[in-house]
Design a protein. Sequence first.
Lengths: 587, 420
Amino acid sequence: MSGCVDVYGYAVSTGGWLLCGWAPPLSGQAVSGECGVSLVFENGSVGGEGLVAQVLRDDLGDLGFGVLVHVPGSCPSLGRLISAIVGGDGGSVTMQTTAELTRADDGALLDILQVQRLISADADGDRIRVVMQRPGFSGRDTLGQFEGQLAFQIDEAIRYGGSGMLLNGWLLEAPRGIRQIRLRSGRRSTPVALGAAVRTERPDVIAKYGAALRSHRVSCGFIVALADCLEPGEAAYVEIEVASGEIGFLPIRPSVLRGLAAIRNTLSNLSPRYDEVQRTFDIIGPALRLLNQERLAGPRSHREIVFGAPPTNPDCSVIVPLHGRIDYAEVQVALLARDGFGQRHEVIYVVDDPPAAAAVLRLADSLFRRFGLPLRLLLPNENVGFAPACNAGLDIARGRHICFLNSDVFGLQPDWLDRLLATLRGRPDLGIVGPLLLFEDGTIQHQGMRYDRLPEFGHWLFPVHPGKGSRPVPGRGLVVHPAITGACMVLSRQLALDLEGFDERYVIGDFEDSDLCLRARRRGVSVAVDHGVSLIHLERKSQASGAEAWRSNVTLYNAWLHQAAWAAQLSADAGQDWQDERGPCGS
Amino acid sequence: MRVLITSHSHPRVQNGGSEVASHALFERLRACGDVEAWYLGCTRSTAFQRAGQSITQPFSERDYLYTVGEFEDFKFANRDTGFARDFRLLLRTLRPDIVHFHHYVNSGLEAFACVREQLPDAKIVLTLHELLAICHQQGQMVTRPDGNLCRRSGPIECNRCFPEVQPSDFFLRTVYIRHFMGWVDRFVSPSHFLAQRYVEWGLPEHGIDVIENVARETAKTSAMLRPPRSPGDLTTLRVGFFGQISMLKGIEVVIEAATLLEREGRTDILFSVHGDDSNQPAVFRSTFRTQVAAFGDNIVFRGAYENSEVDALMADVDIVLVPSVWWENSPVVIQEALRNGRPVICSDIGGMAEKVISGQTGLHFPVGDARALAGVLKALAADPELRQALLRGVAERRQDDAFDAHLQLYRGLLQAREQG
């Protein structure tokens, strides 16, 4: 049983497709009111919940009855319409197209469909008339018409991935006030499903609007990621359709935030715990991943400034990302500049702190003149984060080996690096080796990493430092671990290059070290701590404050990536008793 | 023997105890026939600056002055690239056998490593003049802001005085200082007290010699001009305070003791206060000046004095008061008092208690205790025999020659070098 489409097209003001044609006589039950509609084009289909009303047609006789269909949705370029399938619980009708099919859009379409007076005078007809009479978006905020009924605001609308948008806002509404919220851009219409959004707490909104709207739901904030919702060159706006069918518009001013600032803004008002964690990052994680990718995608330019004459064929390249406390370099270099270190090894500081560049250069000049240790300074033109900074250092490194070293790690034993290198050379099965790291009071900061499931954070596996804060046990020798910290690790340059350095998807500086170790182990080499070599690693005590919430959420985001990549491997690791495992490197 | 003396300051720029002592040592070395000596002082004033040169010779041929550039005061790191260049050049030019540092402020700790690098055979001596390496609170080991005596430093303890500085930064400060002190061949401390504190902090005990500061040579002291009065004939006890008018020097203890005695109607114990309050905080100064205005008849404020006047001023007192409420190292005023034949009444702590032997060259009282000080003074006023005994003790005290001890130290170091 099939009918036919005579005229169709897309009308931006209605936010969807309109098509007019006829359906066979016995289909009246199936083809009326709200029902599912699927439009099949040459190159794909669109569909959704549509509205169908009957149209009076004298010309059809027994052939059937006239229908007018509206399907809200976007208008992708899919070619010519082939057919429309309209139906509900009572069955469906396929409306075919013929060579006489007319395509018209917007005003032209609505003119052709000047059949409104012939639209049935029932409830279905009324509803579709309201849709066709909707005013188009004029660029103005028209939500004021819903005063006392709802209040809605977008605080930040961050573009990502070319055509995606992260909306960070809030909504207060009287019960059952809203039928649908859509993000509109050109001919795209994307439902904003708050039921599937990340909810945020907005006591500020409740304080201001709660009484007027008789709503006290503090979690009225939301963050949604809408992929592929923007049409190039077209403005974006929110369209809110209330239960009565009326429409209000809110223009969107795209955020100026980009890169890390955008990530920071998105993560600053969240505190997901337990079961919310996985859901939260499943919603916003893909958008964050694209934001981070865009941040690092631009052409990266680094200036290299060299002080002195570093060896051309160094045994090891020590790569230190420097950010914030540049004065740490003064102590670090003073301690390194002993026993011909600068003739055997090269030291590369990656100044991942562009505002501090001038001060670092002045300090480096002074350090070289005081201590005579040749220094290579790499100055990225923007703050790139731990992994990209280390990788930039790796790109220019010339050593047979690489030592990734944090700027707050200090070697009090003069020969610590040579000893780690000797350990590495002595064990072909060993891929990455690190030292025992101690706090300034002599207690353990790091002696290898394990993974703990944290219920509070979605039962994900987080790297932990067993024994942290306790006194080290002497004479442990070389101990293999699932992973070691990147605060100080030594590996061959070849392995570092084979692994393509640290994975830059991790933002700022978490989990990259674990990830690198796990990738190395996948290649069949082991990872170990040489307890015979110890360095000091300071742990900065940052004031716990709300302003830093975003930073712990970045950690959660990184954990989300890490979990997705390594959950299976880590579950297998968990079966091993690493604590006592000396492994193939054990002594 | 070729000796380069360096100091954190220069007596021509500032008249502090350690620069005066280091320059006195330099002058006496110059007077020795078999010693070639040079002096390198420092200044933060730009008055002597010459573009492109960090070390100049504004005073004399053997007397150098370094104009300090970028200096990091927390861990005494000298970031001045000009000094790194010019100090190396100076070392290569002078080729001293001994480089004797007085202090590490201004020249910077790196200078020790620099000497070792340029002159591997030269011996490095460092005289410790206060507790700066151990205590960030101006090396006083007095808590901030309460001013209590501190007996132990460390990252956690120091963070209590300076909550804005993380314990890890204090740790790094110590790492940095100790690292460079590793190049020093011999430490000199003017007092056992200071030496002990540095041993507790981590310096090797056998590496420190206790040698008193070399005093500036004076033509005549007042002990010769006007000997102390004989106590038996006297009805008054004249007590003198000489030094900076500051909280730490215990000026409040003096004023309180004088007030207590006045209230008791004692007119036989008279205080005279000599010193400068001009570089003190404004609040302290105004409080002090208000106190001066309200002074009773038994105490008088005489104001600032030149170091060259001290002998004459001490001639007018019977005893000298050193009531500091911090440890002190080896206060110059004690040396001055003893050289003028005056017994000293001092606080019972640190370098003061060490340099004044109670019952012989003076008396001690519990630090900060004005009532106890008043008691000691009353006892002394009532006991001419005790006063006489103290005068005798001062006159007969054993005097080691600090300069000879320095020469011996240098010769010992060079002898050891030659013996390999």
